[in-house]
Write a protein that binds this ligand. Structure first.
Ligand SMILES: [Zn+2]
Length: 554
């Protein structure tokens, strides 16, 4: 009946007109790019800026600002979420006395779930959800850290990952550098902006949101605290005994999904780690069972191995700053929608814990800052520790085709195979040094001094020479291993008392009684596996040197 249809249409059109006459749609109805594309696409940089501008306009508790500029000149977006903080400064945020939490997404721009979950969280705040959290907490939300990489969309980035089928960005930034290897050396404007944000706002908690690319396990999300063995015990105890167990228990109870510490399954002795123990090729089926052997064989016991301990990684860097770090890895082969959901659940439960324990978290950080490490042994390098047995939930995947280019992606199957594995989730020192009272950096070591200053490490320039020091005699000085555009340098040698050595007037003393002593130690020790020596910051001073240019006082 055409007539009836016409009337119905007119009524519907009238309703549309009426709704257009209203001032604006509710902020709760604004959609992210994945939501508005049926989870086929992820947000562009412009989408992120538009979304953040909208929540900024809609909420008195969200202040949209920027905290740096990328290599290609994009302003780096940040939302400060808190009560009464519109148009605010870092000093005003600190003056609230509330727990400060930094949430970072998109450090690897093909791993986009953190970016999307962070935007959804901002929408929650703008629509009045989680108002209680703001009584205890101020959040600094930076959804798109690697903004330049985000814009280099390709269907072939991150092969094997289950979408978004319209493509995603690249792992490195526009300089071709991995931002998650840049926190010590700061070769990128992005890492410099991050460290400046941490020096200025001094958050007590840092989230770093990723997507996995390794083993076929059954977890929707895996996570990691700091892994460097020099991290404060107080920080580690709260994370391992309370925070992560709470998150895992609550997500399981509310949503039925398993989460656990990040790892990859592999044969022990083989070097486990990020990407290692990964599927041989995108879309490849799990290895087929070998043809039946003559006699029954027991399969080798596998290990669940984490990634690395060096502070060039976000979580380890934040840990050496005496702060809580929560890295997450949404499971690559779960659907894009489920990965965003898993990341949102992780944020929601971890932030619930942060709100409920805000006072204790602040106290733990303050205690770690006050703790003196002078005279104690601290690691200068570390290796994975072989622990006891641990039950790991392994899974399976099946191939699925990306309709856009016919590429084969992996799709998580809903099966769980518990397997007893060797726990290789933690690190132990390979070599240690006793933390001295002070180090002395020569006045002409410009590159080293610039880095120490940028990290926020306290120094004072000597007005008169200091004697009674220790000097490091160099036995071997090798450079050449290529990493992140560096011929990384390693020194070998020994510290000895040097009655004749003195730090001259004008040199910079770095006291080890300061809050950032753990970080300063890792930067300054000559045999550190992630220090100033490795990243060529002392190359000028080390040319043909018989001794290390930095001295120390026991
Ligand atoms: Zn990543």
């Amino acid at each position: 009946m055409p007539r009836t249809i016409a009337v119905t249409f007119a009524v519907a059109a009238g309703l549309v007109l009426a709704s257009h006459a209203q001032p604006r749609p509710s902020i709760a109805d604004i959609k992210t790019t994945p939501e508005s594309t049926g989870f086929k696409s992820t947000s562009t940089y412009d989408d992120v800026v538009k979304f953040m501008t909208a929540v900024n306009e809609a909420s008195p508790n969200i202040f949209y600002t920027t905290y740096g500029t990328t290599f290609e000149g994009r302003a780096m977006p940040m939302a400060v979420v808190g009560t009464g903080l519109k148009g605010t400064s870092a000093a005003a945020v600190k003056a609230t006395g509330k727990l400060r939490v930094h949430i970072q997404g998109n450090i690897h721009a093909g791993e986009v779930e953190g970016k999307e979950a962070a935007l959804m969280l901002l929408r929650d705040f703008a629509s009045g959800k989680h108002a209680d959290w703001l009584q205890s907490t101020v959040l600094l939300i930076t959804p798109i850290f690697n903004a330049d990489g985000n814009e280099k969309f390709s269907l072939t980035n991150r092969r094997g990952q289950n979408g978004p089928i319209n493509g995603m960005g690249t792992r490195p930034n526009a300089q071709g550098l991995n931002l998650n290897r840049d926190f010590m050396k700061m070769d990128t404007p992005e890492a410099k902006a991050f460290v400046k944000l941490w020096v200025d706002y001094d958050p007590q908690v840092g989230f770093d949101l990723h997507t996995s690319d390794g083993s076929y396990h059954a977890y929707y999300l895996t996570y990691s605290p700091p892994l460097n063995p020099n991290t404060s015990d107080t920080i580690m105890a709260m994370m391992k005994e309370e925070w992560f167990p709470f998150v895992t228990k609550t997500i399981k109870a509310k949503h039925g999904w398993d989460t656990f510490y990040y790892g990859n399954a592999g044969v022990p002795g083989g070097r486990g780690g990020r990407g290692r123990g990964a599927p041989p090729a995108a879309g490849a089926a799990p290895p087929a069972a070998p043809t039946a052997p003559a006699a029954p064989q027991t399969p080798p016991v596998r290990a669940w191995s984490t990634f690395e301990h060096v502070p060039r990684f976000h979580n380890n860097y934040v840990g050496l700053r005496n702060r809580f770090a929560l890295l997450s890895e949404a499971y690559s082969y779960a659907t894009f929608e489920d990965r965003i959901r898993a990341t949102s659940y992780f944020l929601e439960e971890a932030l619930t814990f942060a709100h409920q324990n805000a006072a204790r978290l602040k106290q733990a950080v303050a205690a770690a800052d006050r703790q003196r490490i002078t005279g104690t042994p601290q690691a200068t390098s570390a290796k994975m520790k072989r622990g006891g047995m641990v039950e790991i939930l392994m899974g399976e995947v099946e191939p699925e085709t990306n309709p856009n280019n016919g590429a084969v992606m992996n799709r998580r199957k809903d099966v769980v195979h518990p397997e007893q594995m060797i726990d290789m989730m933690w690190f132990e020192p390979v070599a240690t040094e006793i933390v001295p009272q002070e180090y002395y950096v020569p006045e002409d070591a410009a590159k080293a001094l610039e880095l120490l200053r940028a990290h926020g490490i306290e120094m004072r320039q000597l007005r008169q020479p200091v004697k009674g020091l220790e000097q490091f005699t160099i036995a071997a000085n090798n450079a050449g291993q290529n990493s992140e555009g560096h011929a990384t340098r390693r020194l070998e040698g020994e510290w000895d008392a040097a009655p004749d050595a003195s730090a001259p007037r004008g040199a910079f003393a770095v006291p080890m009684t300061q809050p950032l002593a753990r970080l300063a130690f890792y930067l300054l020790e000559p045999m550190s596996d992630d220090g100033l020596v490795n990243w060529n910051a002392l190359d000028e001073q080390l040319k043909e040197a018989k001794t290390y240019p930095i001295l120390r006082k026991k």
